[in-house]
Design a protein around this ligand. Structure first.
Ligand code: PLP
Length: 401
């Protein structure tokens, strides 16, 4: 196999969607004319109205970023004591608990779509538990009904980190309508964004009202401050990006779908690689990520060999999520972290490949060729070095698993 040609510029795991510069400039000119830059300006109001349509509810609040949105949700729902959560997520999920002085209790995940295992959640409940913080990892819905039943049975708040899940629906219901509150991140690297940005969605108009106070210092009017809030407002510049990109959402998701299916067609049948099964019946998925689990004993190369090998070809795949949260330096030793075997195993095998709405099919083919080349090279190296017996299948054979 000839060595593939490296990319001349880095192919990153995500690439921000951008509207036309002309349209954005026109929007900027209008902002200049108004000189109204933040504090619930006309673009934030317009963005909110558009999101009410898309999200099929007016119970939403726009926030400066997803992390603050999650912190505000925990504050608004008065979560205290312990929250049962997942070790397999982005650090911000746990940081939000920590900043609110809530103790994270990590329980293991299920191996298919990487979200909290409801049985483990129920087993971890103590008299101090007040909430469940679950994450729709890679945009795949959590076990919604099972988690809701547990929360109901034990009187717990159920909060979703839906940072990956904008645009996802279950049987026509937007994913943000499940649980007591859902946080969406509108950061530049997500499927849909407002440069930086966040959104909270809830079934409770009262909660959204509280959040609207909390994000604006608790101001009722010029002289009355009714709760000790913070500053987590969205600016006009963020809203401008959001307004322009929201029009493209469906088209962007369609393009991501084609890209994800291309990866799946190329990689699904290779022994030692596992890609998640198609989303369950009734799920409208957003194709946020392309996670691949690499089982070194069957594939012939480790996840880190593939990760490093791809870097040499200028492909910056990422190990989302490695290491698991309780193993991070800032949390190590603070919280019990035994028994998280599914999460740890996946964290050791996972690699997320580049996907964004305008990724070219040729780029995907080249990345897949690189993965197979790295496999073949690692395989022959280990045979030459006498480190391992040849695996029973040829290194790059395409056979059904
Ligand atoms: C991106 C992300 C966040 C943080 O969102 P920001 O808008 O960047 O603050 C939180 N949780 C998860 C799972 C994320 O991927």
């Amino acid at each position: 196999m000839n060595a593939p040609r490296p990319f001349s510029t880095p192919v990153t795991v995500a690439h921000p969607a951008l509207p036309s510069l002309k349209e954005f400039s026109k929007g900027l000119e209008e902002i200049w004319e108004r000189a109204w830059l933040t504090n619930n300006g006309p673009l934030v109001q317009k963005f909110r109205r558009q999101l009410i349509e898309v999200c099929k509810t007016s119970n939403i609040s726009l926030i400066s970023n997803g992390t603050l949105a999650l912190q505000l949700a925990l504050q608004g729902l008065e979560v205290t004591g312990e929250a049962i959560t997942t070790p397999y997520t982005f650090v911000a999920s746990t940081h939000a608990l920590f900043w609110n002085k809530i103790r994270p209790v990590f329980v293991d995940i299920e191996p298919h779509y990487y979200s909290l295992d409801p049985e483990q959640v129920e087993a971890a409940i103590t008299p101090w538990t007040s909430a469940i913080l679950a994450v729709h990892v890679y945009g795949y819905p959590c076990r919604l009904e099972a988690l809701a039943a547990i929360a109901r049975r034990h009187g717990l708040k159920l909060i979703y980190d839906a940072a990956h899940a904008f645009g996802v629906e279950v049987n026509g219901i937007p994913i943000g309508k499940f649980g007591d509150a859902s946080m969406f991140s509108l950061h530049a690297t997500k499927v849909f964004h407002s440069i930086e940005g966040g959104m909270l969605m809830s079934q409770s108009p009262d909660l959204i009202r509280r959040i609207d106070y909390l994000k604006n210092f608790g101001f009722e009017n010029e002289t009355e401050v009714v709760m000790p809030g913070t500053n987590a407002k969205m600016s006009e510049f963020q809203a401008l990006m959001g307004v322009l990109l929201l029009r493209q959402l469906d088209a962007m998701v369609e393009k991501r779908k084609a890209a994800a299916e291309h990866y799946h067609a190329r990689l699904r049948t290779i022994p030692g690689l596992r890609l998640p099964p198609p989303p369950a019946e009734g799920v409208r998925y957003n194709y946020a990520y392309v996670p691949v689990e690499i089982d070194a004993s069957k594939f012939g190369a480790t996840r880190d060999e593939v990760y490093e090998g791809l870097r040499r070809f200028n492909v910056l795949a990422r190990r989302y999520f490695y290491p698991i949260i309780p193993d991070l330096v800032c949390y190590r030793g603070l919280f019990p972290a035994s028994g998280l075997t599914v999460a740890r195993g996946i964290a050791d095998r996972i690699l997320t490949l580049p996907i964004y709405s305008d990724i070219e099919p040729d780029v995907i083919d080249r990345i897949c060729d690189m993965v197979l080349y790295i496999q073949a090279k690692e395989h022959s190296r280990s045979v030459v070095a006498g480190l391992a017996l040849p695996t029973s299948t040829p290194a790059n054979a395409v056979t059904a698993q």
